[in-house]
Design a protein. Sequence first.
Length: 188
Amino acid sequence: MIKIPIEVSARHLHLSQADLNKLFGAGYKLKVLKPLSQSGEFAAKETVQLAGAKEAMKSARIVGPVRQKTQVELALSDAQALGIKPPLRVSGDLRSAAKIKLIGPAGQIIVKAAIVALRHIHINPAQAKKLKLRDGQSIKIKINGIRGAILDKVAVRVKPNFKLALHLDTDEANAAGLRGHKNYGEII
């Protein structure tokens, strides 16, 4: 059995340089708040406000570096509070993404970029081969703990620079009773 570290992602967004410029000013560069576990990714110091049909949320963290396309990742409870209906998608798949307003210090934009990200594991090719997993596969993960859970339909994401981790949103982590930073799951 291999222990898979669990990481919890709160609402966040990835911005294209063009959208970053509109929200923060021409030529703006993101500032690193802290590195994240996946190689080259970081939580930026910058946040934006999110607005939907019902209400606005004051703080959504930007994750860098900039990407080709803007993407907003929400938990279902965030989407309900905002009054939008984003689809459940693998990160990067923006088909049928919901419209959302982003408000920054230099401007605001409406983008069709809101999704609820599918729970997924990051894994590199050597680990995937050892565990007989392939990119795009759907697996089950067991989480031990005070509430425990068996998660179905966990997407496998394989890339050379990936560090093994299960990514859940805040709703999923809360439902499983996860607390702190030392949580693990196992493939079943």
